[in-house]
Every structure is written in C-alpha cells, then in structure tokens.
Design a protein around this ligand. Structure first.
Ligand SMILES: C[S@@+](CC[C@H](N)C(=O)[O-])C[C@H]1O[C@@H](n2cnc3c(N)ncnc32)[C@H](O)[C@@H]1O
Length: 277
C-alpha cells in the first residue's frame, strides 16, 4: 500500500467513483432489507460510495474509514456538498480496524486486493459485522471498454493489449505487497471461509454510451494518461504512438473530440451475511 501514493490519486479516484456510481446504486438496492443502521465503508477513498450509502439510508450512521487522511477530507467535503451525513475515521489496515464498533453493513470497494493476505483481510472485515450484518466487497468484474476495436489508426485491439499489460502489472503489485499470500480468488468461497452465510456474487453494468459526457470523458483521459506513463516500457512503439494521438488535445481523432468514445464496465459485487448466532 505504501508504494501507491493514494493522496495523489484523489482526483482520479473521485472521478472514477462518480463515473462508476451506477453500479453502487444498483448494488445498494440489494441491501435494503433489512435497512442497515450502522455502516462502515472500509477503504472509502474520497467517499463516493459512502455518500451514496448515506443518501440511500438516511437514518443510518455511515463511517468512511481509510488510511489516507487527504482522501477522508475529500469524503467530508463531498458529503457536505451533497447534504448527507458521513463520519470519517483514519485507520490503517489491518491494525486500525480493531477498535471499530460492529456494523450492520460493511462495504469495501476495490480494497481487499491491495492487502497482502486477502483471506486475512476478509476475516477481519467479517469480524466487524454485528450478527445478521452484511459484508459487501467489490472485486473482479471485467476491464473497461472505451473505443471500437479498430479505432481508425494504429494496430487494432489496443485495449486488449493494455488490459494484458495492466494485468501483468497488477500481478507484480500483488507479489510485492507486504505479507503477500497467493490464494484461489473465489470470492464467495473466501466469504464462506470467513464464516459468512448466503455468499453470492452479482455483476452490474456501468454503461455510458457514446457520445460521452464531460465527466466520463475526463475519466477516460486520466486513465489513458496513467497507462501511457505507467506502461511506456512495455508497449511497442506503434501502440505508444496511438496513445499519443488519442491524448493529443489538438488531434480531431483524439479522445477529447471523438464522438464514438463510450465507457462500458462490469463491476462484480460479492455479498455475505454473518449468521444470527
Ligand atoms: C482503489 S482505492 C478504492 C476507493 C473506493 N473504495 C472505491 O471503490 O473507489 C483503495 C483505497 O484503499 C485505501 N487503502 C489501501 N490499502 C490500505 C491499507 N492498508 N490501510 C488503509 N487504507 C488502505 C487507499 O487509501 C484507497 O483510498
């Protein structure tokens, strides 16, 4: 976790959260009965999900928990701007979770894969639940799609090659985490191993068709800029030139101007419940 500068990613994380928010809204509908009273968003980042949870359950006490104070400040600003109540608590995984009070709903989006021992992290998250409480984690799903396979120049299939390079980098990131343990990433199975019942997965689409509105378009730009920088030594010259054209604000075929730019993602949410006794 220390190798990633989370505070520097605040804008990107908030933009990503906003762009992907349709899946959070759909997943929250699965959690309405019984309505949770105490909610923890573990690894909340800038609090997009925490604010959506607070809006969906206005009577609940919602706490955003994260190891990056700058992101918690964002979560507070966001909640205030949206007129919802979200508390914040700075805590580093795993030690900082020990003092938290039991919750009826623990939400943790795209966080567990940043912890070396993923089963250990799920065990800890399950330990935060009151009897009957629900644990909801977001992991897996499908990589995003933004452009047609043949985008009119360069070698077709750029996104598949970006996915492959990103998957490789993800594997290295996991290998280098402190206490990294390899585990069969069967998320419902891992929720069961953490002592939870009714484990299941459901996948939600994030579908922003072309032409893209400004927010999702900016998100695609930020992602592409990050990939251009981070994958410069693994992509070939032709793909790098294609990315440069896409990112050139003056190029009519660049992402700032394209009418065919879309954003399609599939986010998988895994649910489990702590037995009543
Ligand atoms: C990929 S972001 C996810 C943000 C948000 N949950 C979402 O779905 O967009 C991961 C978040 O987990 C936090 N995080 C990662 N590892 C952590 C650790 N060991 N202790 C505390 N927070 C951690 C980071 O600060 C960051 O906000």
């Amino acid at each position: 976790m220390k190798d990633i500068d989370w505070a520097a990613m605040a804008d990107l994380l908030e933009l990503e959260g906003e762009t992907h928010s349709p899946y959070v809204r759909q997943a929250v509908e699965e959690l309405e009965d019984p309505a949770p009273q105490r909610i923890l968003d573990i690894g909340s980042g800038p609090g997009v999900a925490a604010s959506l949870l607070a809006a969906a359950f206005p009577k609940a006490e919602v706490t955003a928990v994260d190891g990056t104070p700058e992101l918690l400040a964002r979560a507070e600003e966001r909640a205030e701007r949206l007129g919802v109540e979200v508390r914040t608590k700075a805590a580093e995984f795993p030690a900082g979770l020990a003092g938290l009070e039991p919750a009826d709903l623990v939400w943790s989006g795209q966080v567990v894969h940043h912890v070396g021992d993923q089963q250990g992290a799920l065990d800890l998250l399950a330990g935060l639940l009151a009897p009957g409480g629900a644990l909801t984690i977001v992991e897996g799903g499908l990589p995003e799609r933004w452009l047609p396979r043949d985008l009119g120049f360069g070698r077709p299939g750029l996104q598949i090659r970006l996915d492959a390079a990103m998957a490789d980098r993800f594997g290295r990131m996991r290998d280098e985490l402190p206490g990294s343990v390899r585990v069969l990433e069967d998320w419902p199975g891992m929720l069961r191993a953490a002592g939870l019942a009714d484990a299941r997965s459901k996948t939600f689409l994030v579908d922003h068709p072309a032409p893209l509105a400004d927010g999702p378009r900016e998100f695609v730009r930020r992602q592409l800029e990050r990939q251009r920088k981070g994958l410069a030594d693994v992509l070939d010259a032709e793909d790098l030139a294609t990315l440069d054209r896409l990112l050139d604000p003056a190029d009519p075929a660049g992402i700032d101007h394209r009418q065919d730019l879309f954003l399609l993602a599939a986010k998988t949410v895994h649910f489990g419940r702590k037995p009543q006794s």
